[in-house]
Each structure stands twice: as C-alpha cells, then as structure tokens.
Design a protein around this ligand. Structure first.
Ligand SMILES: [Zn+2]
Length: 264
C-alpha cells in the first residue's frame, strides 16, 4: 500500500468520531504486521487537511484498554502518512483543582501498565527512544490557544499515570499515585505515546476529566460520569475543529528527529 498523504490522525473514544465533519469519507481496512487495528480506519478531508480516525476501543466500544492493538493502530496511521496524532482520552482527576469536565494537556506520564507490547523494535535493531518530553510542543501550544479562545477550562500541564486496568484503583493506590505527583489517571495513554515517538510522529494527549478518582469522597454516579463525558466530547470536537486548520503543514518541532541517536 502506498502512502495516502494523510496528515493528521485522531485516535478517539466513544462519541469523538463525527463523520459529518469529514468530507469524502472512506473506510479503510488496513493490514499490519501486528494484526488488525482497533477497527476500520476512517479517512477523509476537513478544511483541506486529510485526516484519519481510529476508534480506539473499536466502533462498538468492544475492546478493553489492555487489549487495544496499540502497535497496529500507530503502524496503520504511519502507513497512511500521518505525522501528527491527536489523542483524546477520559481520565479521573487526582487533584482537587482539576475538576470534572475540565481538560488537561498532559506533558508527562508514568507507566503502570503490564504486559503491553510497547515497542516496534523487538530485536535486530535496538531502540531506546527518549520519552523525556513525550508530547509535541507545537501541537500543545496550538491546542492551548484554541481552548483559551473557546473558553474551555484546560490545564496546561499534568502528569498522566497510565494503569493497566481494566479495574479501577484501590483508595490506597489512588493516594499513592497522588504522592508520586500524578495529576490524572487513565488506562490508554501508554504505550500509544511511546509507539508514536518511535515512528517520529508528533503526539498530543488531551485528557478529559470525567470524575475525581477514588482518593476523595466526591464519588459520582455512572449517570453523572456519562453526562460529563458527553459534555467533554462536545468541547473536544469544538477544539479540534478550531485547531485543525491552524496546524501548519510543515512541522517546526523536533518530533520527527526522535529516532536520531535512539537506535543502536
Ligand atoms: Zn511535534
């Protein structure tokens, strides 16, 4: 398969994918050395920019976080030509001042996952990719500006602790993660971010807070969480629609050079 000159990939959860915003929509079945991606990949145009959408959990939300084919998803997007990935995800908040329905432009992560395939380099070539600064500074700035313009509360920094799931944390774990300096908790950021880095793809995580994690007694019902998620999805769509036309065609960041000096 030849490259399709798709520039931007969105790996999104339920409700994020809105075919009405994409023109010339094509559904593509992509084969990868790592098995099939989460689902068909949807490719189309928005404001003259070619974008691809991968429903992270599959179209019917049937794939749990620990079974997501992360390598196949990133490989497929890279094959299509994607150089920038926008990755929204639902998270719990570990701090009082990061409130449900607010967003966080995550700038660091802590990996607490287990048994996930988290590299494309399984031998032959050895790759020690740097994840000191895992997220694209250029995309972070553009998305921050859009959030401010749209008056969406979006925190500029945050450490995302990625747990294996699918179970939620115990109270003891939640408090431990707070003491480590984690700000939000989720199950899907890792290894997506590291694999994108291995491909030299710019990657941004937009953490959308649905609830306070179990460290607090501010527990909410599933119905309330679902309501917050709906609101988050609407805000996310607004930010994406606002930002995509502003993403410059050429990259001014150093993300594409991530493999330099990483391969032995
Ligand atoms: Zn970048």
């Amino acid at each position: 398969m030849t490259k399709n000159n798709v520039e931007i990939g969105i790996i999104g959860g339920t409700g994020i994918y809105d075919p009405s915003m994409i023109r010339g929509l094509k559904e593509m079945k992509i084969y990868t050395p790592f098995g099939p991606p989460s689902d068909l990949v949807y490719v189309g145009t928005y404001h003259d920019r070619k974008i691809a959408f991968v429903p992270r959990h599959g179209n019917n939300h049937q794939i749990p976080p620990h079974r997501i084919p992360y390598r196949a998803n990133i490989w497929a997007l890279n094959k299509l030509g994607v150089t920038r990935i926008i990755s929204p995800g639902a998270v719990g908040s570990l701090r009082e001042d990061y409130k449900p329905s607010e967003f966080v432009l995550v700038d660091q992560f802590i990996d607490r996952t287990k048994w996930r395939n988290d590299t494309f380099y399984e031998g032959g070539q050895v790759c020690h990719i740097s994840t000191a600064d895992p997220f694209c500074p250029e995309l972070r700035e553009l998305f921050m500006k859009s959030a401010i313009n749209l008056k969406t509360v979006c925190h500029q920094r945050g450490t995302y602790i990625c747990i294996q799931g699918p179970r939620f944390s115990t109270i003891a774990e939640s408090k431990l993660f707070q003491s480590w300096g984690a700000d939000v908790i989720g199950m899907t950021l890792y290894p997506e971010v590291a694999l994108a880095k291995e491909m030299g793809i710019c990657y941004i995580s937009i953490a959308m807070i649905t609830d306070y994690d179990v460290w607090t007694d501010k527990r909410v019902s599933t119905a309330e969480i679902m309501k917050t998620m709906e609101k988050n999805v609407e805000n996310f769509k607004q930010i994406v629609v606002n930002t995509i036309p502003k993403i410059p065609k050429n990259r001014h960041c150093s993300c594409k050079n991530s493999l330099k000096e990483a391969i032995i």
